[in-house]
Design a protein around this ligand. Structure first.
Ligand code: SF4
Length: 310
């Protein structure tokens, strides 16, 4: 049995990974580097992915008008009241965080990693079509100074759904980019969404199998949630699709974890919707209930991460 299996979780949690690697409490601090997204600025499309909030899915990132120093300090000061010995990962989350010229990326990322000696890694969320060879080469150099994690939004391996959600790139592309990132020794985390419109359970299991084939190191599994001012909200209000039920999310996600390769770190298994923009489904606001129910389901069905991997 893998050493990450505990009486509570039957999978390789990000917390376990951090504890083992750093032996400290580690917090991810979401910084806003004032990026845009080619899927929103008209380069690929003007509309963005149908679920994406106006902030570019960076609703918990800092204020783009504040300096990185201010953004980081604001969060650190609060954390250190309770955990004075904590370490940090700076996280560029909002929009597409490699969508700037290389020289600007260099300046920004170098500044970010040097904000504080307790920053031990940098995590960068982006799209596979915004990582050319030059940028990957730079990230590989940066990775020699401090661990770099690249987070890629796959959401689904089904190209028909990808078209429907206006993802703006073909699934095939992510294979190529993951191969290059892997070659460059850069830790890669894939985001998927369960419950996308018209997807069947088999579609979601196919997505998981696709993720297993990518030679990546981490996964984030989100439930679909509807936010105000999105195309998804329009579809939801017009009853154009059925939201996934809580029970189905628990079943599918538990099975996906059991299908997942044993060495892939599970960074998250629920969404974290911003309350002020939130429309539905209500259950997705109860992150800890979702996590507990997944633990219970896995126990009841005797599932462990990797137990259904083939
Ligand atoms: S690629 Fe990311 S930031 Fe851009 S529209 Fe899609 S979810 Fe939003």
């Amino acid at each position: 049995m893998e050493d990450y299996i505990t009486s509570q979780h039957r999978y390789y949690t990000f917390n376990y990974y951090l504890q083992k690697k750093y032996n400290h409490k580690v917090f991810k601090v979401a910084l806003n580097g004032n990026f845009s997204c080619p899927n929103r600025d008209g380069t690929i499309s003007k509309n963005g992915c149908i679920f994406c909030s106006p902030s570019g899915s960076g609703d918990f990132a800092g204020n783009k008008n504040d300096s990185l120093e201010t953004q980081f300090k604001m969060v650190k000061d609060i954390i250190e009241l309770k955990w004075p010995n904590s370490y940090y990962i700076v996280y560029f989350q909002a929009n597409t965080n490699t969508y700037k010229p290389l020289n600007e990326l260099k300046e920004l990322f170098e500044k970010a990693i040097n904000l504080d000696p307790k920053i031990k890694a940098i995590s960068i969320a982006t799209r596979p079509d915004c990582l050319d060879d030059e940028k990957i080469e730079y990230l590989s150099e940066l990775n020699k100074k401090i661990p770099v994690m690249i987070e890629l939004g796959l959401q689904t391996s089904n190209d028909k759904t990808a078209l429907l959600i206006n993802r703006g790139y073909k699934t095939e592309l992510i294979k190529d980019i993951c191969f290059k990132l892997n070659k460059a020794n850069i830790e890669t985390i894939i985001h998927i969404i369960n419950g996308l419109p018209f997807e069947t359970k088999d579609d979601m299991y196919n997505t998981l199998n696709f993720v297993n084939s990518l030679n990546i190191q981490g996964i984030k599994i989100h439930s679909l949630f509807v936010l105000k001012n999105t195309e998804l909200a329009r579809m939801y209000n017009n009853h154009e699709f059925d939201m996934q039920s809580f029970e189905d999310y628990i079943e599918v996600t538990s099975n996906q974890i059991a299908m997942l390769k044993k060495d892939i770190v599970v960074h998250r298994i629920s969404g974290d919707p911003p309350k002020e923009l939130f429309i539905a489904p209500t259950w997705s606001l109860k992150k800890f209930v979702v996590m507990n129910e997944i633990d219970k389901y896995m126990k009841k069905h005797n599932l462990y991460q990797g137990s259904l991997y083939n």
